[in-house]
Every structure is written in C-alpha cells, then in structure tokens.
Design a protein around this ligand. Sequence first.
Ligand SMILES: Cc1cc2nc3c(=O)[nH]c(=O)nc-3n(C[C@H](O)[C@H](O)[C@H](O)COP(=O)(O)OP(=O)(O)OC[C@H]3O[C@@H](n4cnc5c(N)ncnc54)[C@H](O)[C@@H]3O)c2cc1C
Length: 468
Amino acid sequence: MEKKKIKIAILGGGISALTAAFQLEKSGYSAVIFEQNSEPGGSMITRNEEGYLLDFGPNSGLETTPLIAEIVNEIGMADEMVYANEKGNKRYILKNGKLIPLPMSPAAFFKTPLFSARAKFRLLAEPFIKRSHDGYYQSIADFVRRRLGTEFLDYAINPFVSGVFAGDPEKLSVKSAFPKLYALEENYGGLIKGTLMGARERKKRKEVAKQSAKMFSFRNGMQSMAKRLAEYLSSEIKTGTEIEYVRKSEEKFEVIYRKDGQSASEFFDLIISAIPAYDAGRIFQFGDEDFDRHCSQVYYPPVAVLYLGFRKNRIAQPLDGFGFLIPTKEKKDFLGAIWSSVLFENRAPEDYESFTLFIGGAQKPEILDQDDENLIANTVAEFKKIMKIDSDPEFVKIRRWEKAIPQYNLGYIEHERYFESFENNNPGVFLSGNFRGGISVGDCFKNSSLTASRVLEYINKISKPTEN
Ligand SMILES: Cc1cc2nc3c(=O)[nH]c(=O)nc-3n(C[C@H](O)[C@H](O)[C@H](O)COP(=O)(O)OP(=O)(O)OC[C@H]3O[C@@H](n4cnc5c(N)ncnc54)[C@H](O)[C@@H]3O)c2cc1C
C-alpha cells in the first residue's frame, strides 16, 4: 500500500483526538475526525454567561511537557496562553471547618496545624520503610498509610485524590493511577529519596514534575485552544457525527455513522479511537465480547460542577490561593472549590469573584441523586460558611457529568493488558484517550503523541514508500 494514500479515521474530537491528528499531520498524514458534538473539544467546554467565563471540564492544565508549548506556539496561541496567578501556589485544606494552607516547605511543614506532632514525626521513618510489591493491586490509600501514616492519607492524599480524579483512594490503584509516585518507591526505595533523585532525571528529559509544573489556561478558556487546534488542522473534522459502530471488512475498517439523521459509512486503513472506554466498548464490533466487558468495567463516576459568583465585598475569607480541598473526614457535601477568578483573569465581571465547586465523584456518587435545587442549596450553604460570605450568590450555574473521569482502580491493569492484546490482535486499531496513560490534559497531549508515533511505525511496517 502506498504510504500517503493510507486513510486514517480518528474517533472522537477531544484533545486526545486533535493532538493525534496534529502529530500525524507533521509527518504528512491527514485523517478524518468523527465527533458527535457540534464543536470540538470533548470535555473541554467553555461558555460565557453574564460576564462569567465557565470551564465545564478542565479549568487548567499543568505544563509537564515541552510538547504543550510547542503545539500552542505552532497553532498561534502563545499570546492567549495564560499562567495562573502566583497566589495559586497556596492551596488550602479544610480541617475542623477551617481553611489551613497546605505546607509547601519543610519549615512550614513542621509548623502546620494540619498534622499532629506524631504524624510529622512518623514521616521521618519513611526512608526506612521497605519496598512493597505489585502496586497494581495496592490502593493509593494502603500505599500512603504504609509509607506516610494515616493522618497524611486523610489530610493530604485523600483531598488530593478528590481534586485530581474525583476518586476513592481506597479503590484507586497506586501503580495504575499514580505511576510516578509508585516508581519512587520501586526505583529508589522511598518517596523522599526518590523525589530528590528523580528531579535530576527529569531535568535530563526536560520534563517537569506535576508539583512544580506551571498551571496554564487560555484567556478565553480551555476550549478556545481545542477549537484553534481544530481550525489549524487540515484533517477533515466531521462534527455532529455520531459513530454507530466500526466493523472489520477484509483489510479495511468500516466506520458506520449518523449525521443529520442519515446513516452513512466510510472505509479506512487504520483507526485511532479517542472516545471514552464505555463508548469504545459498544462501537467496536469485532466479535469480541471481552472488549465490551473490559471497556464497561472502567468506572467513570458522576460529578457535578457548580459555578458561583459573589460580590467581592461580601467575602471575608482572604482570596490568596488556588482554592481548597475537603478531606472525606470533614463530611461535607462537596469535594472542594477553585477560586477561579483569583487564578486567571477574565473569569468574572468586575467587583465579583467566581468559584468552581465539585460535587459527587467516586466516594459520593449518590449525593447527585438530589435534584439541582437541593444540591445547590446545600452546597451553597456549606460554601458560604467556609468562605465567610454573608450574601447569596449573584450567579449560579450547575453542569452535571454523568460519567466524568475514568478511574484507574484496583484491577485496572487487567483492562490495560487486555487493551494491549486487543490492539495486537487487531492490527490497525489504536486505542487512545484519557482511560489509558493518564487523565490530565498534559497526559492526553503526551499519550496521543505516543499513539501518533505508534501509528507512524505501523504505517512504515505495512507500506511501501510513495512513488514520485
Ligand atoms: C469535570 C472535569 C474536570 C476536569 N478538570 C481537569 C483539570 O482541571 N485539569 C486537567 O488536566 N484535566 C481535567 N480533567 C480531565 C481532562 O479534561 C480529560 O481527561 C481530557 O480532556 C480528556 O480528553 P479526551 O480527548 O481523551 O476525551 P474527551 O474529552 O472525553 O473526548 C472524547 C470525545 O469523543 C466523543 N465521542 C464519544 N462517543 C462518540 C461517538 N459515538 N461518535 C462520535 N464522537 C463520540 C465525545 O463527544 C467527546 O468529544 C477534567 C475532566 C472533567 C470531566
């Protein structure tokens, strides 16, 4: 087959799909991208309402790889990329109803009221705790309890896990969900030793650890980047096109889709799937029931995102940070809040502040059984108390995600191994997206670039060079 005649389909129009297309185009290949929504971006959805800029999905990313700046520069968005206000380095944790800054230096750690003297002393034992085995079957909670102690789990890791995955630390696999953290123990024997030594290696790879990476967004929100990337691509983007299923037909893959109420189909030589696992399971009809089973077992808990706008002068809590996270032990209805208008400009009208609150997730999915009215009333009451606000919000908007973020729970490795074998058994199919290799926006950039490299290798293997 001639190289440049290879027809590539990309399923989904989120950041994973768009990045894969971008990387393939750099090598001279264009693709057809199928997206069911009317616009590209996937979970990146930004709206402007009453002077508030609302990111329904990711509100920022961490610049963990130079790849992000490369793409942003190339699509001409460098001057629209914004970095979070330095105040954002300060993060609060709720303890006994009060907001306590998360200590960011050894000196602050020894002074903080967040942990007892006993818990701080316990940390000194960390370098002497032996390695564990097979973190795929060890939860992040067990890992942290063993290495750092229970208080550290309850008031640092538990809220952190809520903030990133909206996940349950007792269920998330430490090695699948936090591979870099587990690697510190696996490779260096401990977290403290590993953090110090790993920094040198990251410097060599020009990578930045998540905890020191700069937080970025765009002046007009995260979706503005996805939209610009989509405009930049020469690949055809079929929005408003729902893929019904994909089947194998001799050497080709047939994508059957619906657009404007009509069914149609097209043939491709290879397929990159960048849709969520639960959709992929249904769509790939390759006579393999295990595929659907594995895909549907990847749990995506529901999350609601609540936006609140208050007048600045009604908020007594000093707004000098990123926001706060709530440990499960504090028994609140929501998981935490980002102080959106403090982090980035252009998020709220003048004289107002905007906040983004997260509710539900893997630990409290049932809280979302309430209707919007109750959910909002209960959450607003708790939020006002914590933030010492003496008026009702002037702006309220809720957005529910029925299936928000894939959880790399205990047993996830069985799915991952299966996905690898599925790809090996079906040459020409590449499974990408945030249910593989990390859920953050930065991870999606990295993993889709790796997927594009795998695709190029495959093309080289199956084709002969283009004849002039
Ligand atoms: C509420 C929320 C907050 C988040 N906050 C952050 C954050 O602050 N920072 C961060 O780094 N990450 C965050 N994330 C995670 C991050 O946004 C996602 O992991 C990432 O955007 C996923 O990109 P993706 O392209 O892999 O998948 P998606 O964005 O899910 O894209 C998949 C696309 O496939 C399409 N699709 C599905 N089925 C079909 C079909 N049958 N036919 C056609 N198209 C189909 C969907 O419409 C969708 O557009 C957040 C996620 C959520 C939900």
